[in-house]
Write a protein that binds this ligand. Structure first.
Ligand SMILES: [Zn+2]
Length: 125
């Protein structure tokens, strides 16, 4: 069940439950995580998607099937923030090299302030 992710009480409560549990979050792919409960041994896959400015998460567990924001989504969302920040940092660090090459051939004029396009600056969830 796809559920919209919002920074609200539901997310705060789910994050609190996640912190109180022993969950292992592993990256399967971008926006795709495996969450293992180290106490019970249950394993669920969490997937995130984006539509415009809206962000969604879905999980394989029963709570999410009942349209609830589960602790697995909250745990994976926390890990996803780290992954997105890492990608944003890598893009910012990598940006100057190709820009310098472009400026040298004079085919494209780019102002220094455009070094990291805004769309790469934000953390994409
Ligand atoms: Zn779940």
């Amino acid at each position: 069940m796809r559920i919209e992710l919002e920074n609200n009480d539901k997310m705060a409560r789910a994050a609190k439950r996640a912190r109180a549990s022993r969950l292992l979050v592993q990256v399967l792919a971008f926006r795709n995580y495996r969450v293992t409960n180290l106490k019970s041994g249950t394993v669920y896959v969490v997937t995130f998607s984006v539509e415009g400015a809206r962000r969604f998460g879905s999980c394989e567990c029963k709570a999410n099937a009942n349209n609830l924001l589960c602790l697995h989504i909250a745990a994976a969302a926390a890990r996803h923030l780290v992954a997105a920040a890492e990608i944003a940092a890598a893009q910012t660090a990598a940006a100057p090299a190709p820009l310098m090459a472009r400026e040298q051939d004079n085919s494209i004029l780019i102002k220094p302030s455009a070094a990291a396009p805004a769309k790469y600056r934000g953390v994409e969830l």
